[in-house]
Design a protein. Structure first.
Ligand code: DGY
Length: 322
């Protein structure tokens, strides 16, 4: 009897994960490094599962093209704004993601981005590599320190809480956070629960660590950017759609805020003609928040196990209940 089929939309997935899948499935790995929409629509008919990247849009068209064989979608990410959950529910398809294993890694990325943005690491590296390190003066490449500053974390889930713990050791003067409910772990660190407007107005450093949903889209909009301190540094490790990027670009161009460190942006990959690319007060990373060898291996295995669980009609390691 032939095995059920899985479509994998990315190359270079850990062999351990692919082998786990191969024990139970026929595995089709798309030909492109990251499959195009056309490739996915061509390959998806008859598949039992789709093993997808956060750049793979999962919508009703794709589900219908797959047909009734499709039983599970498993994403190689914690975030799932690329997935139409209503459509999955309508067709009775189960859905899994990869939280927890990436919490510390993404929090490390946030702290790294914060330091490299406020201390101007990219700009300084560029100056060094292009002959700008000459007669330096004491104010050359100076930024603001994190010690004694007010740090605001927008969205204090697991990743936000981990960022808070890490930054506490920097001897900050105040920790602010937003959340639907008070977080005992963050309160224990001295964190103060505030609303979004208070957070943007009072923070020297703002870190966005919130999921992108209909409610949080453009949570950092033109009005809120206007309320930020003139030296405020904004870090985003959530999703590009959380920020009105045009308004951010305008504020950065006019030096109305101190800078931005972005691991996520709109669109991804960012076109080379984006004004963000040329800005000195911006540090950009190509969405590598969870990119450590260990974390990516663990994520790959969880995605495979999420799919296998559906074949076995058992509990997924990480299921998003629809
Ligand atoms: C995810 O997995 O959703 C995050 O973007 C990691 O950076």
């Amino acid at each position: 009897m032939s095995k059920p089929q899985v479509l994998v939309t990315m190359k270079h997935i850990s062999e351990i994960a692919i082998n786990l899948l191969r024990e139970r499935f026929d595995v089709k790995i798309c030909d492109s490094m990251l499959a195009t929409r056309a490739e996915i629509l061509k390959e998806i008919p008859g598949k039992f599962a789709i093993y997808c990247s956060p750049l793979t849009k999962i919508d009703e068209e794709l589900i219908k093209t797959a047909g009734p064989s499709l039983k599970v979608v498993a994403t190689f990410s914690v975030g799932y704004d690329h997935v139409d959950l209503t459509a999955l529910k309508k067709y009775g398809i189960r859905f899994g993601n990869t939280p927890d294993v990436l919490t510390e890694t993404v929090a490390e990325t946030a702290v790294g981005l914060l330091i490299s943005t406020t201390r101007r690491f990219s700009e300084a590296t560029h100056a060094l590599k292009t002959g700008g390190w000459k007669n330096v003066t004491p104010d050359w490449m100076c930024g603001r320190g994190i010690r004694n500053s007010v740090v605001g974390i927008l969205g204090c889930g697991n990743i936000g809480t981990s960022i808070a713990k890490k930054l506490k050791t920097f001897e900050i003067s105040q920790l602010l956070y937003t959340s639907r409910t008070e977080k005992p772990a963050v309160k224990a660190l001295g964190g103060k629960l505030v609303n979004v407007d208070e957070l943007v107005e009072q923070s020297d450093f703002i870190i966005i660590s919130i999921a992108l949903t209909e409610d949080t889209k453009f949570i950092i909009n033109k009005e809120r950017i206007a309320k930020m301190k003139s030296h405020a540094v904004l870090v985003n490790i959530g999703r590009g759609g959380l920020i009105d990027q045009d308004a951010l670009i305008e504020a950065l161009q006019e030096n109305r805020i101190g800078g931005a460190g972005l691991d996520v942006m709109t669109p991804e990959p960012l076109p080379l003609d984006s004004p963000l690319i040329k800005m000195n007060n911006v540090v950009l990373l190509p969405h590598i928040g969870s990119a450590t060898i260990e974390t990516r291996r663990e994520m790959a295995i969880i995605v495979a196990k999420n799919i296998i669980a559906v074949l076995d009609n058992s509990a997924m390691p990480y299921e998003v209940l629809l």
